[in-house]
Ligand binder design. Structure first.
Ligand SMILES: NC(=O)C1=CN([C@@H]2O[C@H](COP(=O)(O)OP(=O)(O)OC[C@H]3O[C@@H](n4cnc5c(N)ncnc54)[C@H](OP(=O)(O)O)[C@@H]3O)[C@@H](O)[C@H]2O)[C@@H](O)CC1
Ligand SMILES: Nc1ncnc2c1ncn2[C@@H]1O[C@H](COP(=O)(O)OP(=O)(O)O)[C@@H](O)[C@H]1O
Ligand SMILES: [Mg+2]
Length: 275
């Protein structure tokens, strides 16, 4: 198990070339946010935008359109019930994140299944929150893609069948190999299982134990995977930075809120970019 430290940031976060344009930093599609969970999709979207993703489109409930545009005008909106009119948007994305606030209704399940049908094997597909629960509950077949799951311990129990008490290194590794995906197993010291590596986070604080913290991490992972080479390392860097910022903020705060972390992402990326 490789213990993560600051070096992961400076090895992953590239300095931007002078002649950069948005197309060089990835097209991200983020899908989720039912009528009750506007917050989850707004936090995930904001985290991806503030992490530097070149172009972000959010597919969510129509009910969230105004809130999304007001909270994060840099992101584009599509009604998530109109996926079939927007197949090309998903096909041309570098990274698709599905699940934050998606819910587990029949509508949510249809959306997930449509995305699975469209996604291609070269794309990165990040699966979070309700989407993990839907796959576990209905034993959905996974598409061929570069899949990253971001479960908390109960979501991992649902997906892997491992009780929380049995979620140890060896058992997790076996399940990761079966799923042939990257697993970001979230806890106070998150572990990342990939085909070739296993990382453990070394930072983070109980001040992070608040709703929306995982939605924010999922958005950061999307933003990092869209821009930086080597998926495993990009995921590890996003996990580390999310908790690193929280730890710094927690020096002066009892709780750290997701939007406070999001605001700080560009400052910390600048601080740790490759010299
Ligand atoms: N503002 C918004 O829009 C927000 C929207 N959200 C969206 O809500 C959707 C549902 O996600 P979810 O995580 O809230 O619910 P679910 O999957 O049922 O898991 C909870 C169950 O698991 C258990 N549990 C055990 N260990 C655990 C652990 N380590 N970490 C966490 N839970 C643990 C836990 O046990 P208990 O707390 O009862 O002890 C409980 O029984 C999802 O799409 C998400 O994106 C949220 O992000 C909030 C902000
Ligand atoms: N005590 C803690 N110490 C460090 N990190 C924590 C702690 N509690 C929660 N977190 C982090 O907060 C996030 C919680 O994710 P999740 O349960 O999916 O939240 P949500 O779905 O509400 O957004 C994870 O990244 C987890 O590592
Ligand atoms: Mg979550």
């Amino acid at each position: 198990m490789i213990k993560l430290n600051e070096k992961i940031l400076s090895s992953v976060i590239n300095k931007r070339p002078q002649n950069s344009y948005k197309g060089m930093f990835g097209r991200v599609v983020i899908i989720g946010g039912n009528i009750n969970f506007a917050g989850a999709i707004i936090m995930a979207t904001s985290a991806a935008v503030y992490s530097g993703a070149g172009l972000v489109t959010t597919m969510t409930s129509k009910a969230n359109k105004v809130a999304l545009n007001q909270s994060i005008p840099e992101a584009m909106y599509v009604n998530y019930k109109k996926i079939n009119n927007n197949i090309n948007l998903i096909k041309t994305a570098d990274v698709v994140l599905i699940g934050p606030g998606l819910g587990t209704s029949q509508t949510s399940k249809n959306i997930l299944q449509q995305v699975f049908n469209i996604i291609g094997k070269k794309q990165v597909l990040i699966i979070d929150g309700s989407a993990i629960t839907l796959i576990a509950n209905d034993n959905l077949q996974l598409p061929k893609a570069n899949i990253v799951f971001t479960p908390h311990q109960m979501e991992w129990q649902r997906l892997s069948g491992l009780d929380i008490k049995d979620q140890n290194y060896l058992n997790n590794k076996v399940k990761q190999a079966e799923l042939k995906s990257t697993i970001v197993l979230k806890s106070h010291r998150t572990e990342i299982y990939t085909n070739n590596n296993c990382f453990q986070n070394t930072v983070g604080t109980p001040a992070q134990a608040t709703g929306g913290m995982g939605d924010t991490l999922a958005g950061m992972i999307a933003g990092f995977s869209a821009q930086f080479n080597q998926l495993d390392l990009a995921v590890a860097a996003a996990v580390y930075l999310h908790s690193k910022i929280a730890e710094e903020l927690a020096k002066e705060r009892y709780v750290v809120l997701p939007h406070q972390i999001i605001q700080k992402i560009p400052y910390y990326m600048k601080k740790y970019e490759k010299k």
